[in-house]
Design a protein around this ligand. Sequence first.
Ligand code: TRP
Length: 368
Amino acid sequence: MSREDFTVTPWHVEGNIDYNKLIEQFGTERISEQILDRLEKITGDIHFMLKRGIFFSHRDLNKILDTHEQNNEFFVYTGRGPSGNTHIGHLIPWVLTKWIQDKFHTNVYFQLSDDEKFFANKDITLDMVSRFTYENIIDFIALGFKPHNTKIIINTKNIGNLYPTTCQIAKKINLSNIKAVFGFTNDTNIGMIFYTALQSAPCFIENKPVLIPLGIDQDPHFRITRDVAPKIGKIKPAIIHGMMMPSLMGVNNKMSTSKKNSVIYTTDSPSTVKNKINKYAFSGGQSDIKLHRKKGGDPKIDISYQYLRMFFEPNDSKLKRIHDDYTSGRLLTGELKSIAIEKINNFLEIHQQRRKEAVKYMKEYILQ
Ligand code: TRP
């Protein structure tokens, strides 16, 4: 794979992702200044992940805003494939989901595709997915969602709720659609082939338009859903696409649960975070201090900076100062890492406290 090559599918993300190219390849729309203005007029502010282009692309977001302006409701849907413990990259779409819920007073549905991860990974057992499901749910709740307007769907448990709609959808998808979109072969198990219908089903759980915040790797499923929707008399789901958080190893690696030292988990202790950042976080700095003072660092490829930009430093002027100081060489790599460590640990301290609370109320969220 050359430096320019990248792959983005729901089950495999690799390489140095060119998000502009993805917009073209997937046929989505860029989130324009105009749509940001529109959002700002309605909500009174713009979440930093939108302002900074962490969410950069969409399908039919304008229609969702039309719906809202016509005083009609929409709802929000997102999900998680429980293939491991939650890492900080998973939180990106969930945080935006919470913001949208608060600003637009919407219901939220959160799907745990335990079935999908069981089908997709030959080494994973149903017991393992069920443990990860539990852990992932706790992280989701810890972000502040409340049970009166948030429902969690666990596929293997809530199949009864989903199945009628899943059948409607499945009947309109044929094998060649699925092969064309996902590149499946004759060796692919039939669980995987059917699965898109299940991920689509919550789009129609309420008889209202839906908005789905997600990492752009999940878009292919909903391209299929959008083709099917009019055929079953439903509205096409709208989507807002986020970037993938890079792994500690560098900007051309997505965080992946399967590579332990490439990832910061929501349950990592302060010393683990410190160690991981200091030891593994790819640096955009120069090889020695003298050169760094002279030439400065490159925040674009610096993982500590990228984590601050994508998640941990919401304050724009503070982020700009870090950016400028690093670029000019005033701020050294070690100093930048210390800032990132402190910010991440501050976040995790609160998050881990909230996780303890979340465990107590979990049952109230599960769809009945
Ligand atoms: N397939 C997703 C994953 O592997 C999980 C998921 C289920 C999801 N439903 C979703 C993601 C809706 C985004 C939106 O993580």
